[in-house]
Design a protein. Structure first.
Length: 110
């Protein structure tokens, strides 16, 4: 019985890898490029994102040559914090291929 499960599991994994490789080897038939949504467009959809982007643009437009080292350091900290907030707003969940295979195997076995 254990040999039967292992052989069917191996066949399933082999089939998955072959189907993934077969899809990757096909040339694209689409002549137009798909529309990609940039991070800025995702941020512009929310009010908080608009505020963050406007503040980043203000900082970018500032004349930093007249600032002291301490003021520049504070601006860098602010920019890092704003970018972290922007990443939280527009972020997503990413799963690696290995993790996906492990999850599928656990689902099949349990």
């Amino acid at each position: 019985m254990k040999k039967n499960i292992c052989s069917s599991l191996a066949a399933l994994v082999l089939t998955i890898f072959i189907s993934i490789n077969a899809n990757a080897a096909k040339p694209s038939t689409a002549t137009e490029n798909p529309v990609k949504v940039s991070k800025n467009e995702k941020l512009m959809s929310s009010e908080e994102g608009k505020i963050i982007l406007s503040r980043l643009e203000e900082i970018k437009a500032m004349d930093k040559s007249e600032m002291s080292a301490k003021e520049k350091r504070e601006l860098r900290k602010e920019v890092r914090a704003l970018k972290a907030q922007a990443a939280q707003i527009g972020g997503g969940v990413y799963i690696s291929a290995g993790a996906l295979i492990v999850i599928l195997l656990l689902i099949l076995l349990l």
